[in-house]
Design a protein around this ligand. Structure first.
Ligand code: AMP
Length: 217
């Protein structure tokens, strides 16, 4: 089963995708996580991507399409979740071509939605572990020991792109470049809207009620 996690930055795509990975065995392909790993490892890709990411801009399409193509080619499962890709019309078209080449299709596009004001609050309170990528919210789910990650003991910091000015810009980029894809997937009849306000477990149940009828993992 191939699922796209769709929605603005901060709606909880990564959190829900990680739960689906842990509990249901999906392979979770997050392009943001891949880029952050490249930055951490100091690769050429990381150095290039960082310039865009720190400003809240999208990394160029050709780079992202190549990265996803490469990762999918080395992933031997049919059960995966794409989180953070596609983000532009060119990426959506490239993904369709990749799937068509392998006789695969997208099963569901989950569009997680949260009102914009709550998104800004969530992102400004979000803190992320530099080592394992675990995320925290300073109000509802802070790390137990200041800035030490509960999961791996790494350092928990505010992502540069979660600073207030960059958050605003990322949301504008989402509205302009990514949100038109809602229409694209809506026309294909694969889009499901998920109310992503509430407890993490409640949102997970909403997602499972959509996936379970077609569940093949
Ligand atoms: P995320 O962790 O998904 O919020 O992604 C963080 C940042 O990585 C984004 O703001 C972009 O700069 C970059 N990025 C991640 N996925 C993509 C993509 N599919 N296309 C372009 N840039 C991306």
């Amino acid at each position: 089963m191939l699922i796209l996690m769709f929605g603005a930055p901060g709606v909880g795509k990564g959190t829900q995708a990680k739960l689906l990975q842990e509990r249901k065995g999906f392979f979770h392909l997050s392009t943001g996580d891949l880029l952050r790993a490249a930055i951490k490892n100091g690769t050429e890709l990381g150095l290039m991507a960082k310039r865009f990411m720190d400003r809240g801009e999208l990394v160029p399409d050709d780079v992202m399409i190549g990265l996803v193509e490469e990762t999918m080619a080395s992933t031997h499962t049919d059960n995966f979740i794409l989180d953070g890709f596609p983000r532009t019309a060119a990426q959506a078209e490239a993904l369709d071509k990749m799937f068509a080449k392998n006789s695969k299709t997208i099963d569901k596009v989950l569009n997680l939605s949260v009102p914009q004001q709550e998104i800004v609050e969530r992102l400004s309170q979000r803190r992320t572990c530099l080592s394992c990528g675990a995320t925290y919210n300073l109000i509802v789910n802070p790390p137990k020991n200041d800035s030490i990650c509960d999961v791996c003991g790494g350092e928990v910091v505010q992502r540069k792109d979660d600073e207030p000015e960059t958050i605003k810009h990322r949301l504008n980029v989402y509205i302009e470049k990514t949100s038109p894809l809602i229409k694209y997937y809506g026309a294909e009849g694969k889009l499901v809207h998920i109310d992503a306000v509430g407890e993490i477990e409640t949102i997970f149940s909403r997602i499972m009620s959509v996936l379970e009828p077609a569940y093949k993992v």
